[in-house]
Ligand binder design. Sequence first.
Ligand code: ZN
Length: 300
Amino acid sequence: MSIHLQFQSKQHEASFSLGAKKTQRGASGAAICGARTRNGAACQNIPIKEGSNRCLSHAGPKAANAFRERKKRAFEGGRISAAEWNRAEARRAANRLGDQWKTNPWLPGSTIDLGEQERNFRDAVSGLALDALPPAVVDWLRWRYRRTQIDRPNSASWYKALTQDLQRRIELAGPRPTGTDYSEHKFASAPRTWAVSETGTTSSSRRELPDTPRAPKIVRGKGYTRPGRPRTQPADENEFDDLMRVYRQNTAVLEQIMSAARGEAKQLAVLRTLRDYLARPADVEACKRWLELVEAVQVR
Ligand SMILES: [Zn+2]
């Protein structure tokens, strides 16, 4: 069945399709998370029930906890397999460890098992005493090895990891804290790890695709992070001449307003407001801003 839509204008049509996209975001019409990701695109993951239209990664901790509780009930009720539940729990444990490493990189544990490749990894870093390094750094190095030597071989990246990044990470981690018992029994619930053989072998794996570049950082105007309105930007020579011309041509109107405006920044703002209004008399917003200035002076 098709619906015939009659739009009153191009603008009407545009705003309609914009609204339609909000309720039907995925290419196939299926709902997607839509959060902005590091490469600048919309997150394509499926929203979780608890997450107000966001996926598990973007819904936040409260929704993620509720999601886990629901999965737990599903596992206990036999609706999902033990393998699926264990995989999810292992991932959660690894995420938790990664979080704890942010405050203490010396906590024992690892989040990756290189399996057969572990021997090759040890050979590749044979000059390093792995046991003397912070476990967080060794874990990072294993992931780098997997990424640059197994999944997508890139010797330049691996070389950089070994010669530059490794040293920096070791320095950032600082020396091993003293007086803490790191023996294994305290960490009985050590996270399960991902094994190389388990993942990355399916044909649909994104690991076979090249890395997508990250989006450039969004550059906001000066004053964006400060509370309140952004500061008035100084005028360059051309703009200053322009504003002076506006001033000379409208001295009678401006006299009172300019004397009420304290400081050069405020006076610049007044002149800019009048210039914008004169340039676009039909612009409602520009007109409103100018009238606000005039009224503010008359109230005094
Ligand atoms: Zn998402």
